[in-house]
Ligand binder design. Structure first.
Ligand code: NAD
Ligand code: UDP
Length: 314
């Protein structure tokens, strides 16, 4: 026990975002238990933390109950890339729903504050643009993305019900597309795909005509927002959008990455997957007002750091 900070459980801590969060929490003097089943995460992501005596790595699946005396829980366990969450759709929904039930049960038992890593996907293919937290979304309940979208929506419901029924201290953040070092090279999400393709001189795969938009947030900005939310006043439970409002088409993103990597890769257009949202951009006024949070890393500078990372590992 460090005796300094808090005892914090991070589920999905060996994943892309989780590993950055664990690192930051340790740097701030906390004791961290990182719980992961290594489905999409890896020990490599947290290898540099293993020497820290206040870091504990536990192989565990959140669909099974877990017990530890902790003060705070960040619930991130869930594959986030469409390729990975569709690989075993039933497992994905179990992870979101049973994982939420198990972690909420733990929070209730040990009286911990718990934060849910929800997603902009709860808005589905949004009819309101930019997306505000009051918007209930436009989600297909029976499509190929539903295992993720509906699982995350149900997790939000469970969080709210534990709060209403048991007065649990909950926090819900809706994360918009996040990128940065330690994304898996075969993660399948657009930023890592385009960078890896550009660096390897392979065709850049644009799904559809590339006119769909996303708003990309660098991982450090997200981690800052997550921690601010965890420490916010008890009555502010969210949901709150955490994302960067800069909005780009996939064609713009491809061209920017081609330019920044000096790549000669060609652009190849492939079919658009079903239910792929046409547009996405967060309204972040709530986070600005309640958390005094604003993203500080623009796409170009975040991409520079991410490209350097992939240059090192490829
Ligand atoms: P990731 O796939 O790198 O991380 C997910 C982690 O959860 C992995 O380490 C994986 O092994 C672990 N995991 C999966 N199923 C598990 C289970 N049953 N038990 C224990 N561990 C399990 O993805 P990420 O981008 O780091 O996403 C982290 C969280 O943030 C996810 O909940 C995701 O839904 C959410 N999120 C991410 C984004 C984004 O753009 N990156 C956007 C919205 C929401
Ligand atoms: N996309 C693409 N090429 C790729 C990977 C993704 O054009 O190689 C598109 C995808 O169809 C979507 C956008 O990029 O419109 C973002 O996809 P990602 O999987 O990163 O995130 P999400 O769709 O969950 O926002």
């Amino acid at each position: 026990m460090s005796g300094l900070g808090k005892r914090i459980l991070v589920t999905g801590g060996a994943g892309f975002i989780g590993s950055h969060l664990c690192e930051r929490l340790l740097n701030e003097g906390n004791e961290v238990i990182c719980l992961d089943n290594y489905f999409t995460g890896s020990k490599e992501n947290v290898m540099h933390l293993l020497n820290n005596p206040y870091f504990e790595l536990v192989r565990h699946d959140v669909t099974e109950p877990y017990y530890a005396e902790v003060d705070q829980i960040y619930n991130l366990a869930c594959p986030a890339s469409p390729i990975h969450y569709q690989y075993n759709a039933i497992k994905t929904i179990k992870t979101s729903v049973m994982g939420a039930i198990n972690m909420l049960g733990l929070a209730k038992r040990v009286n911990a504050r718990i934060l849910q890593a929800s997603t902009s996907e709860v808005y589905g293919d949004p009819m309101i643009h930019p997306q505000v937290e009051e918007y209930w979304g436009n989600v297909n309940p029976i499509g190929i993305r539903s295992c993720y979208d509906e699982g995350k929506r149900c997790a939000e419901t469970l969080f709210m019900d534990y709060h209403r029924q048991n007065d649990l201290e909950i926090k819900i953040i809706r994360i918009f597309n996040t990128y940065g070092p330690r994304m898996h090279r075969h993660d399948g999400r657009v930023v890592s795909n385009f960078i890896v393709q550009a660096l390897e001189g392979k065709d850049i795969t644009i799904y559809g005509d590339g006119s769909q938009t996303r708003s990309f947030q660098y991982v450090d900005d997200l981690v800052e927002g997550m921690i601010k939310m965890m420490h916010s006043e008890k009555t502010f439970i969210g949901p709150v959008n955490i994302g960067n409002p800069g909005e780009f088409t996939m064609l713009e993103l491809a061209n920017l990455i081609l330019e920044m990597t000096n790549s000669t890769s060609a652009i190849k257009f492939l079919p658009l997957p079903n239910d792929d949202p046409k547009q996405r951009k967060p309204n972040i006024e709530l986070a600005e007002n309640k958390l005094n949070w604003h993203p500080s890393i623009e796409l170009r500078s975040g991409l520079e750091k991410t490209i350097s990372y992939f240059e090192t590992i490829l």
